[in-house]
Design a protein around this ligand. Structure first.
Ligand code: B3K
Ligand code: ZN
Length: 885
């Protein structure tokens, strides 16, 4: 909890540390009502900071100092200064040791940062600034040290004692206790420290690296979850191989461990050699986890593993550089997922997510650059901008340099900076040096916030056979008030002739055509590209594969979009043409609704989707994606002022019309796939994901028909499916249907069957919280009283409250403000025990400027109420105060 005035921290104020910590020796004595931490730090003056011996200011929060020794002299009260956040000592020589003993209380740590208890086990979360809640330290990523850790605990309750690196010794202690010592040979910052003590079982496997070293792989879980680890283990081995093959990166310790914990603020954490995971990001088996959950496990296991190089071996100099490791690692895990599954579908899902959520963040009060230049609370900057936009920025470098050039750059980066804490500039410099290019202008992507707009217009000259495309870029103002200069925007494009064939591309001045798809760089505010030898008026396919995170507009009419949906050689753009067509059609319906006209769906959307649905040659996952209309959150994001009700009514109307117009085709596809599901055992692979995705979206449309045969099919699928993907979809369609009796029975039997599986109960909560039928808030409030709900558990809060406020827009934005009041009350409560979760849940209220004036006033009122509620954490304070600014 904050008592000191929150302070803004600026990148421009960065200074190298005054002192360094060469070695860190830790001993943890874990007890039920407190724990003791003894630290010995082998320190020296940082030669880079010149001569002189300034005071040594160690970070520390919520620590009870028991003793402090400097250079073997125990200090008395007057020989050090102790404040709420610091312990200050005066060294007398260039090298010295500091020994401290502190008492901490993991057993009452509800913020889940530092050392805490999840159920009966002890675990840690130190990134970004949690280590200072464990011991006095220089808790900053540019202080790297060699750690040795001894953990002492009662043997019976905590048979497993883990920390980073390799186990070097262990043995029995007194009074039924035992100990283990771990040594991590790699220098690391404190944020990568980890400790686990618990009664855990493990699944064990091994991996032989590219140089034939054998690595033991272990996944530790509570005993009841031992049957849900195989998918994560398979994913880990695939990740290790992929990183060797694609990036030349080999694992470096003899052991790699993953531990699953139930209480965790985010997905997972890449601690050196000892990754700690939210159990939702590890545990997966057919009966309890959906296909989406399986894919999420695969992606997060890969992400954390990839951090071993992009994050751990080469780390961040300061937290402003967070995207150095996060943007790059998201880019790496996306490449991995694309290779393991369907690359086009992965791209579609990533872009849909980015456009809906990151674009909204970039247009809101918390907008910041990929490398922010200031923050109050770093925990607030683990954002879609730093992660997902950061990944897009790395992806653009990949597009500009090509796969080979990018690999040369990443090789140089890892080689040059191994063992160092570096900056985004260092990353770019390695890319430049390895390729002999200048990325100075490109670097604006790191410093300018906001989503660039790129308006494209065309002109065709039939006599001269030239085709000109003119690009105009601009970037909206963001709260940082930084003046926006033109970005480097790589635009991959192609041109289609009237038969849908790709035209050979030759730019004016070029000797010959260079392929049918190519990347041009838009670097000026306005720029024209002239293509020659163009025999007929072409139709452009722009921003293929979403080659830059921008809002591109081109005046396509609906027939042209339908043409692209069928003929574009770029799969992503075929999908995107469908999305643009849907957006046009939905916006027209929204307009009709607002004018009080009767709604009339453009029949071209129905026929376009019928064509997609009847094309058996298309990847079924692609068909499922094309059938998914843009979500209400995306329609909100692209509205000037979002009309919550009209958006919901228009979209539901379109779904209903599509369900009717496509009934036969959907029913055929549904039945064929459901029959296959019945005959085929569950397999967590792309082709099977695809089949079930199409089957399930078909069912959700079909259910809108209200026909008894569809209800029967949904019930059959719910009752007999052998996997959670089919069962949960069936439950969801029942929950969203008017069949009250069947709905109640299904919910009850599901809860009865899965009541002892918290991750499955999370899904049960989410399905109900997401139901857009009237009465959403009452349902959520009632569910908060359910025995399986626990407000202290972040997964439960996300499953119920997050799903309601983030996905159930029509209920959350109820005109009477009840949804806002509910969320504000909850944030105030969460602020008292878990500031990070409180601040995350707050996000929907920060978007108040998007809505009508009545809703604006209500949302603002709730933000003001939170601000006035007193004793705000720095996390919540920063988000609320910036939202009201
Ligand atoms: N690096 C962690 C995130 C830590 C968040 C701390 N508030 C997980 C990841 O991105 O891999
Ligand atoms: Zn990460």
């Amino acid at each position: 909890m904050r008592t000191e005035q929150p302070k803004m921290i600026y990148l421009k104020d960065y200074q190298a540390p005054e002192y360094l910590i060469d070695e860190t020796h830790l001993t943890f004595e874990l007890f039920e009502d407190h724990s003791l931490v003894h630290a010995q730090l082998v320190m020296r003056r940082n030669p880079a900071r010149g001569p002189g011996l300034p005071p040594l200011v160690l970070d520390g929060q919520q620590l009870e100092l028991l003793s402090v020794t400097l250079a073997d002299q125990e200090l008395s009260d007057g020989q050090y200064q102790l404040t709420e956040n610091h312990l200050t000592l005066q060294p007398a020589s260039e090298t010295f040791t500091v020994d401290t003993s502190v008492r901490i209380h993991p057993e009452t740590n509800t913020a889940l940062e530092g050392l805490y208890k999840s159920g009966t086990m002890f675990c840690t979360q130190c990134e970004a600034e949690g280590f200072r809640k464990i011991t006095y330290y220089l808790d900053r990523p540019d202080v790297m040290s060699k750690f040795t850790t001894t953990v002492v605990a009662e043997q019976h309750s905590y048979p497993v004692l883990l920390s980073n690196g390799n186990p070097i010794a262990s043995g029995p202690g007194e009074d039924g206790r035992h100990w283990a010592t771990w040594e991590d040979p790699f220098m690391k910052p404190a944020y990568l420290f980890a400790l686990v003590a618990g009664d855990l079982w493990c699944v064990e496997d091994s991996f032989t690296t590219m140089t034939d070293r054998n690595v033991a792989l272990r996944i530790y879980v509570e005993p009841e979850n031992i049957d849900k680890c195989q998918h994560a283990m398979n994913s880990l081995k695939k990740s290790m191989r992929w990183d060797e093959e694609v990036y030349g990166r080999e694992y470096d310790l003899d052991i790699f461990m993953i531990v699953a914990v139930n209480d965790f603020n985010m997905g997972a954490m890449e601690n050196k050699g000892l990754n700690i995971f939210n159990s939702s990001a590890v545990l997966a088996r057919a009966e309890t986890a959906t296909d989406a959950a399986h894919q999420r496990v695969e992606a997060i296991v890969a992400h954390e593993y990839f951090h071993n190089w992009s994050g751990n071996r080469v780390t961040c100099r300061d937290w402003f550089q967070l995207s150095l490791k996060e943007g790059f690692t998201v880019f790496r895990d996306s490449g991995f997922s694309a290779d393991m599954n369907s690359a086009t579908v992965k791209r579609i899902q990533d872009v849909a997510y980015l456009r809906t959520h990151q674009f909204a963040e970039d247009a809101g009060p918390m907008a910041h650059a990929v490398r922010p230049d200031s923050f109050i609370e770093i925990s607030n900057f683990y954002t879609l901008t730093v992660y997902e936009k950061g990944s897009e920025v790395v992806g653009m470098i990949h597009t500009l340099l090509g796969a080979e050039g990018f690999r040369k750059g990443s090789d140089l980066y890892f080689e040059r900076h191994d063992g160092q804490a570096v900056t985004c500039d260092d990353f770019i410099k390695a890319m430049e040096d390895a390729n002999g290019v200048d990325l100075t202008q490109f670097k604006r992507w790191y410093s300018q916030a906001g989503t660039p707009r790129l308006a494209v217009s065309e002109s065709y000259d039939a006599a001269a056979k030239t085709y000109r495309l003119t690009f105009r870029q601009s970037c909206p103002e963001t709260p940082d008030k930084v003046e926006k200069l033109p970005f480097v925007i790589p635009v991959e494009l192609g041109l289609l002739d009237s038969k849908g064939n790709e035209i050979a591309l030759r730019l004016a001045g070029e000797a010959s055509a260079q392929g049918t798809t190519r990347v041009i760089s838009v670097t000026e505010a306005e720029q024209t590209f002239t293509f020659v030898d163009i025999a007929e008026q072409p139709l452009p396919s722009l921003l293929r594969g979403f080659s830059a995170p921008v809002k591109l507009t081109f005046p396509y009419n609906r027939d042209q979009l339908m043409f692209l949906m069928q003929h574009d050689s770029d799969g992503f753009n075929r999908w995107d043409a469908g999305q643009q067509l849907s957006v046009q059609v939905l916006q027209e319906l929204i307009g009709q609704q607002q004018k009080g006209e009767s709604l009339k769906l453009d029949p071209r959307l129905v026929s376009a989707l019928r064509t997609v649905l009847s094309d058996e040659s298309l990847d079924q996952a692609m068909v499922a994606e094309m059938l998914s209309l843009p979500g209400e959150a995306y329609l909100t994001e692209i509205s000037e002022v979002a009309d919550v009700d009209a958006i919901h009514i228009a979209r539901e109307f379109a779904r209903q019309q599509l369900a009717e117009g496509l009934f036969e085709a959907l029913w055929l596809r549904y039945q064929a796939n459901r029959d296959l599901s019945k005959k085929t055992p569950y397999v967590a692979e792309a082709e099977h994901f695809a089949r079930r995705a199409l089957q399930n979206i078909a069912l959700s449309y079909l259910m809108l028909s209200g026909k008894p045969e569809v209800l029967a099919a949904a019930l059959e699928q719910f009752e007999t499916a052998d996997n959670m993907t089919e069962r949960l979809t069936a439950l969801a369609v029942l929950v969203n249907s008017p069949f009250e009796e069947q709905k109640a029975l299904a919910l009850a039997s599901f809860a009865e069957h899965f009541k002892d599986n918290p991750l499955v109960m999370d899904q049960w909560f989410s399905v109900q919280a997401g139901s857009t039928l009237p009465g959403g808030l009452q349902r959520v409030k009632a569910l908060m009283q359910h025995p399986a709900f626990n407000i202290k558990n972040p997964n439960k809060v996300r499953a119920l409250v997050g799903a309601f406020a983030g996905q159930n827009l029509i209920n959350f934005h109820a005109a009477d403000g009840s949804g806002y009041r509910f969320l504000a009350d909850l944030v105030i409560e969460l602020n008292g025990f878990n500031p990070q979760i409180a601040s995350r849940q707050l996000a929907p209220l920060t978007r108040w400027r998007k809505y009508d004036s009545a809703r604006q006033a209500l949302m603002k009122g709730e933000l003001e109420r939170i601000l006035a509620s007193g004793q705000l954490s720095s996390d919540v304070y920063e988000v609320v105060s910036k939202s009201l600014a």
